[in-house]
Design a protein around this ligand. Structure first.
Ligand SMILES: Nc1ncnc2c1ncn2[C@@H]1O[C@H](COP(=O)(O)OP(=O)(O)OP(=O)(O)O)[C@@H](O)[C@H]1O
Length: 258
């Protein structure tokens, strides 16, 4: 299975009632590759990610991780997929009832049954990877700034040395300078792990920095997919309007979701 893509989405469909959200999403992410799915509000980025993470069940289509079908997979298969994945949630999603280091070590202690002392030492190393000192470790996440919480979330995502990393809107809710710090850390951590990464974002600056390849989601399908370097010169008018942020153009802006 070593030649199969790490993540492979084929003809993915998902709707809610009469509303069709995903209408045939096709995307492969190779080992070691970093892909960003970009698109406007309400285009289905989160729904795509939730389908991959098993939080939503697609109506039809296939999601393969390392060649293994995940749609309809049993608990053991889902747990195996979770064990090789790390995730940075949009709001960092840290547990306030746990200290910073316990958050970072959560997957090691709860998922792998690692003794607390060993997990603590690894958590301190992962915090250092994201530029945070050991003095942060015993604090409550609630006492940290938004940017620091994102760093802790990143330290947690990489704690188990995953092969696959998911980043959900990694720069949302923090200022542009801290956003850039997070982008740099994401690139560094992903490279150090040699992991493949899938990011969903509407932040083009972040997508450009983090990703090797961009997939542009519009009206439930990926209408452009190519290397980051080709985005500027692409002649796709929808993509051009999106990256220029112009309200005039072919994009059918869904104002309900702006
Ligand atoms: N559980 C749900 N039930 C009903 N509709 C849903 C559900 N989840 C998502 N939707 C709808 O699916 C569409 C796509 O939502 P999604 O959250 O994937 O957008 P997005 O591209 O991530 O946008 P944003 O950048 O604003 O988060 C939206 O119209 C949303 O209202």
């Amino acid at each position: 299975m070593s030649d199969s893509p790490k993540i492979s989405l084929t003809d993915l469909h998902k709707g809610f009632g009469t509303k069709k959200v995903l209408q045939g999403v096709n995307l492969d992410v190779a080992a070691g590759e970093s892909v960003a799915i970009i698109g406007g509000s309400g285009t289905g980025k989160s729904v795509t990610l939730k389908c991959i993470l098993g939080l939503l069940t697609p109506d039809s289509g296939s999601i393969k991780i390392d060649g293994v079908e995940m749609v309809g997979a049993d608990r053991k298969t889902n747990e195996a997929m979770q064990a090789k994945s790390g995730m940075l949630f949009q709001g960092a999603a840290l547990f306030d009832s746990l200290s910073v280091w316990e958050n970072v070590a959560f997957g090691l202690i709860e998922g792998q049954g690692m003794p607390r002392k060993e997990a603590h030492d690894i958590a301190i190393k992962r915090l250092s990877d994201v530029g945070l000192g050991p003095e942060i470790a015993p604090l409550s996440p609630a006492s940290l700034s938004g940017g620091m919480q994102k760093r802790v979330g990143l330290a947690r995502a990489i704690a188990t040395r995953p092969e696959i990393l998911f980043f959900d809107e990694p720069t949302t809710g923090i200022d542009p300078i801290m956003g850039d710090v997070i982008n740099d850390l994401i690139v560094k951590c992903t490279r150090e792990l040699g992991a493949c990464a899938l990011t969903i974002t509407h932040d083009m600056a972040s997508a450009r920095k983090i990703a090797d390849r961009i997939a542009f989601l519009y009206k439930g399908t990926i209408i452009w997919d190519g290397p980051v370097a080709d985005v500027e010169t692409s002649d796709n008018p929808y993509l051009q309007q999106f990256i220029s942020g112009n309200t005039e153009g072919p994009l059918d802006l869904d104002l309900k979701h702006l």
